[in-house]
Every structure is written in C-alpha cells, then in structure tokens.
Design a protein around this ligand. Structure first.
Ligand code: DCT
Ligand code: MG
Length: 965
C-alpha cells in the first residue's frame, strides 16, 4: 500500500499549497477519455469527473500538498470581455456533457474535502492568482496547476506553475529558470512578451510578425513593455512599424493578461487545509457515478485517511478474502435435507440466541436492570467465527410486500445451496428447523429485511448470531452503505481483477445484477452465492471490530430485537383515510397554485418559483432588493429564512412584499402537497395501509428514521402537520389510535448524566420545568418569569442538549450573539455541572476519538483532530450532541422492546404501528385502551432508571391527531 499523504506530511515541506485551475483540468480530462467508456447506466457522462479525480490524485501523490484549492470560472462574461469583446471569442462552446459534469466535479471535491472557489466577474485565473499570492504571503510553497500560460507571471522563488505537456503526466515544473530558458525573459516580464506576441488560444492578436523571439529581444533591450512603448519610435524596420501601428492593441493586451492578485475571496489560506474526505459522501457520489471500489481505493490513496477508513487495524486481511463457494445442486427437499446434514449439522454446533430481558450490562447504571439480562449466549464472539453459517435471501420489498428471488445457505466449508423461491418454499420446514437449532451461529446481512423475505417463503426467522448490516452501523455509524455491495467495498479491500486501464472503473465488483434481471426471475446462482460469501467475509471482518469497539452486546440486546419489532410494524403498516388524504392534497395543490399566481402577478412574469436562478433575477436584478447571505456560488441565497428577513425588511415595498409572501406561501403549501402525495403514493392497494420502511442504520445518532414514506417529513408542531396526522386512523378490527410520547427526554438525560443537582431537582419538583429553570437562571420567582424569559431559557436548554452554537442560538431567539453569550454564561453559572459535563464530553471525545451513550453506543469523530477550524467546530458540536441524542435513541429502542414484550405477554391484540421522534403510535383493539395505555407508559417510563423521572404522556383518539396531546 502506498504511503498516505498524512504519513508523508512531517517529512515533506510543512506548508505547501496546491492551487488548481478547475476548468482547464476538467477540459483536459474530458477530451482525454472516451465518453463511451464512462457513462452510467442512466446515460450520465462521467469521463471528466473520473479523469479530473485521477489527475488530481496523481498530482497530490507526486507533490504532497498540505493545502489545496480548486478555482472555477463562473459562467457569464468577466471584466476582460468588457475590455476586449472578442476575448476568447473563437473558442468552441464547451460540450453540453462536459458542462453537465462540472457540478459533479464540485460535488466530488466537496466529498473529498477539497475547497473549491468561484468568483463571478472574474476568471478562475484571477482566483488562482489571488490564492497563490495569499499562499506566498503566508510563507507557503505554492504550486499552480494550470494549462494557461498567463499563470507564468505568478512564478517566482515560492510559486511554481505545473504546466501539462502533451500527455497530462508530463507536467513541467515552470520555475523562474524554466521560464527564462524557454522565453529568455524573467517570469514577471512574461505578460509583456505575451502582449506583444498575442495569444491565439484567447483570440488576442499580437503585433504582426512578432513572435516570442523578437518580443524577448525588445524586452531585454528596453527593460519592459512600458519602456518599449516609450521608445517605439526608435525601433526601425517593418517590425518597428507594425509595433507602432498596434500600440493600442498591445496596451490592451497587457491589461487583459494581467491577473488580479487581490480579490476578496472570503477565505484564508489556513482554511484550505487538506482535511480528508467525507467517506460516506464519497461512497454515495461514487455509487451515483457508478465508480467501483477499485477506483475509489486508488483515488483515495492520495487523500489523508482515505486509504484506510478505520483508525484501528483490526484484522489479518487474509481471513477476510471472499472465497468463491462451491455450489451444490439441490433439486428437492430430500436433496436439501441431505445437504444440510452433510455440510451443516456435522460442522455447526447447536445454539439458539435466547436473549432474556434485553438490557445491556456494563454501561446502564442500575443493578436491578442488569439482573434482568441474560446474555449468557454471548460468550465468545471470536470463537463463533470458527464455525458459523450464512443465510442470505434476496428479493424486493415494496408497500410491505416481499418478493423473494432466491435463498442461499452457505456452510462453513464454503459449500452453498442456492434455492429458487419455489424450492425454498417447498423446503421451509427444513430451513426453519435449521434456524431453530443452529440460528445461534447464523450470520445475515440486514435481519429486518431478511425477516420479510423469509416469512414470504414460509420460513420462521430467529434472532441470528450476527448481522453485518447492523454491525457495520454500530462500528461506524457515520457510514451508511446503500447495499451489500457498498458495504463489501467499504469494509473489505475487495480484490477483483488486475487493473487494466481506465475501463476497469465501471462495474468492478461484478455483483450488481440489474432490476430487469431480477424481475425476469433469472436466478444467477454464482452471483447470489457470491453475495452470501460476501456476508460471510464481512462477518469475519466485523466481528473483531465489534469486539474491539464493545458494540457486540448492543447488537444483541438492542438492535436485533428492535429489528424484529420494526419488521412487524412494517408488515402491519398504518391505516389511512385515503379520501381525506386526497382532499388534503387537492386543497394544498389549489393553495399552492393560488400563491403561485399571486407571485407571478407581483413579478410580472411567469417564472419558475423553484428555480433559485430565476428567483435571484426577480429579487435582486429586477426588484433590486438587498440580499442577506451569499451562497457558495456567489449569488444571494433564496432560502426560507432569507426570504422571511427580506419580507420583514421590505414591508413598505408593496410589490416586493407581495412577491415574497406569496413565494413563501407557495413553498410551504407546495411542500405540504408533496408530503401528502408521498403518503398517497405509498398506500398499499390491497389493504389500504401505509407500510413505511424504518431505517435502522442511517441516522448516525442511533435514532430510527423512515422512508417510503418519510414520516419525519410530516411537520411536527403546526396546524398542517396535525391535519396530516389526522389522516392516520385505526384499521379494520381496531377502534382507536394511541400516542405515547416522552417529554423533554434529552433534557432529562442531560440532567442525569451531568449529575447537576439543581437541574435534577427542577425535574423532580414537578413544577413547570422551563419556568423553574428560568427562575433559577434569572434569579427571580417563578411567577414573575415572562413568556420571553421562559422561551429563551427553554431554547438554551435544548440548544445545549443539541450542540447548537451560540450563533445558532442567537439566530433562533433573534438576539445578538453577545446577548446569547450572556445568557449562556448565566445558565452555566446556575448549572455548573452541566457546563462541566458538556466540556468533558468534548475533551473525552478528543482524547478517545469517539463518544459513547449511556448504553455504550459509540460514534467516531475524526473531525475533532482536524487542523481545519470549521471541521473541528462542527465535530465538537456533534460530539456534544451525540451522547445525549444517542442515549435518547437507546431509551426509545429499549422502551419499544419492553412495550412489545409487555403487550405480547398480556396477550392483547393492540400493537405498535409507528415510531417517530420520541413517540410510539399504537393501534388499539376494543376494550383494551386502559390496559394498553398502562402497559406501554409503564414500559416507556421504566425503559431505564435515571436520577430524574422519565415523563410519558399518553393520548387516545379516533385518529393520530386526536390521539396526540
Ligand atoms: N424544541 C427545540 N428547541 C426549542 C423548543 C423545542 O428543539 N426552542 C424541540 C425539543 C422538544 C420538542 O421541540 C417539543 O417542544 P415543546 O413541547 O415545546 O417542548 P417542552 O420541553 O415540552 O416545553 P413546553 O413545556 O413548553 O411544552
Ligand atoms: Mg411540550
């Protein structure tokens, strides 16, 4: 493996800035690589992105910069076109499919942790010149990667231009000596020479007949272009005459080719530090671009920390290779039974994972709960790696219906049985039997999805020994692969075939079969068996990581039981009143249309209200309003808060405020329409219920989220949100819905974990919590606390628990950051241990590299050690938030497990159907309301014993809205 850039850092120059001309690199990449070889299955061209990344990583590996920036031109003319209208006029327009790749290149740079900069009205060259100058001023060695010779004027002892030759890899290091040798003038005179000679590439005419040679001769004779112009009369011959005839042009050329070196870029050299990639963003983007793991591995070699993604070397790589299984032919249940006894019964020991009361030990405080736990089955995970088997069902899930396409059983001896769905159904008893006796040594990828597929095959799932998807999430919660293939690429260094040039960038893993193939029912046994082998290899890789990071118990005591409950909830779904949703959708749509008409009236134009560009044109060019904040690309933002600020500022400008208000209303109603539509889209036509998919491995905090539909999208605290919740109703056989909600759970966790007596007492007192706290903070009696004071202190409490910055808090309260700071100081003066606790969280995280919840769930924060202040600040806020949010997530999961068990033990029909934020929603059967309410609130209150009570409020009603409280 090549040395990483990080490990090279100390040995090479301490500070080295690389400034890249983004457009010139993108052009080169585009024309160097055939677009036919670099197109995604959706037809998106990726050759420029791929080439850009390859060239950039090569330069980084060769030059070891510590700081990097990429400059881009902004579309539209620059001041040079105003000086010289034909400037660059002969260039062909860039091909469409190159232009389309520029935003992708920028996304990629962002994911790779490389800053890029654009400045409207100036060319990338000016940005480059400014950056290089900044670098030089700050004492950096500076490299400028550019194919534009205008950059030569920047060259001096500290600035070198890397100028590509015919092949990109023949980069020439243009130093002062190299410029002198080639042009016979020093670099600072190069633009004088270019002004005389002209530059065909830029459509800049020079003095006819004068090339580099004559230009250099004059410069050396007179000293500079100014001096040449002054003495133009003294120059004889045809060339002298030509010069005199073209003096104006030459002067203009010199103006045009002078680079601007002092733009205000709103950035400092130190911000350009080469911080390292955001691996989950990289994975997401590479998946979208269909770049394979080999490409990723090769590119990331150049980036700090990119060549190995975990900070602790865990495993002998040899053990994690993916063995190609031997596929045995199975034609009947008898065949399978024979195969099972030969390959599994003889090699896998009997074991079932019966985890008694799911409560992790070792972290949760109360001894009483530890006594509940029966984790005897969790003896030695490393031992289990010796003889485990793998079960891998494949298929699709939609609207709660599963369509299995194959089932693979992989034995420890690498023999595999691959069954088509019909045969798997025929063999369901054998497979259920195998699970019942040997499930304690079974590995799967994504137990929740496997449950659905197995059930659809008539097989009874059991709590498995290991789930590679959950394990991946527990060891690295910030990384979420979208597929098994992605997880394999991420956690294992998959060696496919030897690198054979660029074309290997596409489809490297050779695992992705296409949807159409699945639909056609084609079963490729080699492919499915190989995926099962991937699960086995992931298991071998992840078990030691899980042990090392102390996450193994969490998987068994929290995550796997939650998977079981979630699978049940997904299968049941939640009934909705479709007619009510359709009504609502149509009403929101009508309101959106009306708002749109009003906005168009005010704008005098039927613009696309969803296009920031068109909005900017109306707001800032046409209406001449003052913008608030700038976006990265240079324009002013048109986000909701900016529009609101502008609306307030322009109340007296009738046209503007009409436009802004209508626009805001359009946005809101249109969004509501989309939310309602997204619910309608997911109604199952057979049972009229919405079967959302709960995502158990996406939110890095440990919280659950949901997709198809995303329940988190339903507004939480306004009228529209309540209305939408009103469409969720009890289904057939049920009489009402119940909602059970934790209140202030994060604040209670903060009180408990900090051990702050005053805050604990605030909760124990039973008084209105925020008023009580405000009274302590302001030092006045509770009944004198104003509404504002209460809400400021409330926001402060939540702000601390959520890791909000002082600035964010000031924004929320609409007070100055200084005032917010004063409030924060008062707060900390009152609740000293809260302050201490929060500080300790960060300092411990910095020391250990991760944070931990009360139950031991970890989150790693490599950003805490970044040298980039912005990265570090964000990581610190994350580290503040993670333990509290994560503990809240753990508590909710434990509550679900307890509540589900209590309901089953009581033998009631009522059941949990949704989990969202801090809330559980249940469908209540007739006559069970009181009993269930009692059982569930008890389960939630007792999920864990804290030094403060956990408060649960419960409501029952004819729909979800009426059940809320
Ligand atoms: N919330 C927040 N920031 C705030 C206020 C609320 O992040 N400034 C979030 C966290 C809790 C959730 O919204 C529910 O809000 P409320 O019900 O208003 O919170 P509460 O603590 O129950 O306060 P109250 O006693 O006023 O209901
Ligand atoms: Mg409340």
């Amino acid at each position: 493996m090549a040395l990483s850039a990080t490990s090279l850092k100390p040995a090479i120059a301490d500070r080295r800035l690389l400034v890249v001309d983004g457009h010139s690199l993108a052009f080169r990449a585009y024309f160097a690589l055939p677009v036919e070889n670099f197109t995604t299955s959706d037809g998106v061209a990726t050759n420029a992105v791929w080439g850009f990344a390859s060239m950039l990583s090569r330069v980084i590996l060769d030059e070891h910069p510590t700081h990097i920036a990429v400059a881009f031109d902004v579309k539209g003319g620059t001041f040079r076109n105003q000086l010289l209208p034909q400037y660059k006029g002969t260039r062909d327009a860039a091909p469409e499919d190159l232009l389309a790749q520029l935003p992708l290149i920028q996304d990629m740079l962002k994911a790779l942790g490389v800053t890029y900069i654009e400045k409207p009205g100036f060319e990338g060259d000016d940005v480059i010149a400014t950056l290089a100058t900044m670098g030089e001023d700050a004492g950096f060695d500076t490299l400028v990667l550019s194919g534009d010779r205008d950059a030569f004027q920047l060259i001096d002892d500290k600035i070198t231009v890397l100028y590509p030759g015919h092949h990109f890899k023949d980069l020439k290091h243009m130093t002062p000596e190299a410029v002198e040798a080639k042009y016979k003038v020093p670099p600072q005179r190069y633009p004088d020479l270019a002004a005389l000679r002209g530059e065909t590439a830029d459509n800049i005419p020079g003095v006819p007949g004068v090339g580099d040679g004559f230009a250099a001769k004059w410069i050396n004779q007179f000293g500079s272009l100014d001096a040449i112009i002054e003495h133009a009369d003294e120059i004889g011959g045809k060339k002298g005459e030509a010069l005199r005839e073209n003096l104006d042009q030459v002067r203009l050329n010199r103006k045009v080719n002078a680079l601007v070196r002092d733009l205000d870029l709103d950035t400092e050299v130190h911000d350009l530090v080469f911080a390292g990639p955001d691996l989950s963003a990289v994975d997401k983007l590479f998946a979208q671009l269909e770049f394979g793991p080999r490409t990723k591995q090769r590119l990331l070699k150049a980036f700090p920390g990119g060549e190995h993604t975990t900070d602790e070397p865990v495993e002998d790589a040899e053990e994690c290779t993916i063995e190609n299984p031997t596929i045995d032919a199975i034609a009947s249940r008898a065949d399978l039974d024979g195969w099972i006894s030969e390959h599994l019964i003889s090699t896998v020991a009997e074991r079932t994972m019966s985890i008694g009361h799911p409560m992790p030990i070792g972290h949760a405080k109360p001894a009483e709960q530890a006594a509940d736990a029966d984790v005897s089955a969790l003896d030695d995970p490393l031992q289990s790696v010796q003889g485990f088997w793998t079960l891998h069902a494949e298929g699709t899930l939609r609207h709660g219906e599963s369509k299995p396409t194959s089932l693979t059983i992989l034995a420890p001896d690498h023999h595999a049985a691959v069954l088509a769905p019909s045969l798997a159904r025929e063999c369901h008893e054998s497979i259920s039997g195998l699970l019942a006796t040997r499930g304690g040594f079974c590995a799967v990828h994504g137990y929740k999805e496997q449950i659905h597929l197995l059930r659809a095959l008539g097989i009874t799932p059991v709590h498995p020994w290991f789930d590679t998807q959950l394990a991946g999430y527990l060891v690295e919660s910030d990384y979420h692969p979208d597929s098994l293939d992605a997880a394999v690429a991420h956690f294992l260094d998959v060696q496919v075939q030897a690198e054979d040039g660029q074309s290997s960038a596409q489809g490297e893993l050779l695992l992705d079969d296409t949807e159409s193939q699945r639909d056609a029912g084609d079963l490729d046994p080699n492919l499915t068996a190989r995926r099962a082998a991937c699960v086995a290899a992931l298991t071998r890789r992840l078990v030691p990581m899980m042990v090392q990071r102390h996450q193994y118990e969490l998987m068994h005591t929290i995550e796997l039981p939650v998977s079981e409950i979630l699978a049940g909830m997904e299968l049941r779904g939640a009934a909705v009143d479709r007619a009510r949703l359709i009504d609502m959708r149509d009403r929101f749509a009508a309101e959106a249309r009306e708002a749109q008409e009003q906005a168009w009236d005010a704008a005098n134009k039927r613009i696309n209200l969803q296009s920031p560009k068109q909005l900017q044109a109306v707001l800032f060019d046409d209406m001449k309003l003052r913008g608030t904040r700038k976006t990265k690309s240079g324009g002013y933002t048109t986000d909701a808060s900016a529009l609101q600020d502008m609306a307030i500022r322009n109340v007296n400008n009738e046209r503007a405020s009409m436009f802004l208000v209508s626009l805001l209303r359009f946005r809101e109603t249109n969004k509501l329409k989309q939310i309602v539509q997204s619910l309608l889209d997911e109604v199952n036509e057979h049972d009229g219920r919405i079967h959302t998919t709960f995502e158990q491995t996406v939110a890095a905090t440990g919280r659950l989220s949901s997709v198809a539909p995303n329940l988190q999208n339903i507004p939480n605290r306004n009228v529209a949100g309540r209305e939408i919740r009103g469409a969720f109703v009890p289904g057939d056989g049920y009489v009402s819905l119940m909602s059970c909600d934790y209140s202030q759970v994060e604040l209670r966790i903060m009180a408990h974990c900090s051990g702050d007596e005053a805050l604990i007492e605030a909760f124990r007192s039973g008084a209105d919590f925020h008023r009580y706290v405000a009274s302590l903070v302001y030092g006045i009696p509770m009944d004198e606390i104003t509404g504002d004071q209460r809400s400021h202190v409330k926001a402060m409490s939540y702000g601390l628990a959520y890791g909000l910055s002082t600035y964010g808090l000031a924004q929320q309260l609409k007070i100055s950051p200084a005032e917010a700071d004063v409030l924060k100081d008062k707060y900390f003066a009152t609740f000293g241990k809260v302050h201490e606790y929060l500080e300790t969280l960060v300092s411990q995280a910095r020391e250990k590299g991760y944070t931990e919840t009360m139950f031991g769930r970890r989150r790693y924060f490599p950003g805490l050690r970044s040298t980039n202040r912005r990265v570090r600040d964000a990581a610190e806020r994350g580290a503040l938030n993670a333990p509290i949010q994560g503990t809240a997530a753990d508590i909710m999961k434990l509550a679900m497990i307890k509540a589900d068990r209590a309901l089953r033990d009581a033998g009631v029909r009522s059941r949990i159907i949704l989990q969202i934020h801090d809330e559980l929603v249940l469908e209540i059967a007739g006559g069970e309301a009181d009993r269930v309410s009692e059982l569930v609130s008890r389960a939630m209150e007792d999920a864990v014993r804290l030094d403060v009570p956990l408060d649960v409020s419960t409501g029952i009603g004819d729909d979800w809205q009426l059940a809320a409280h």
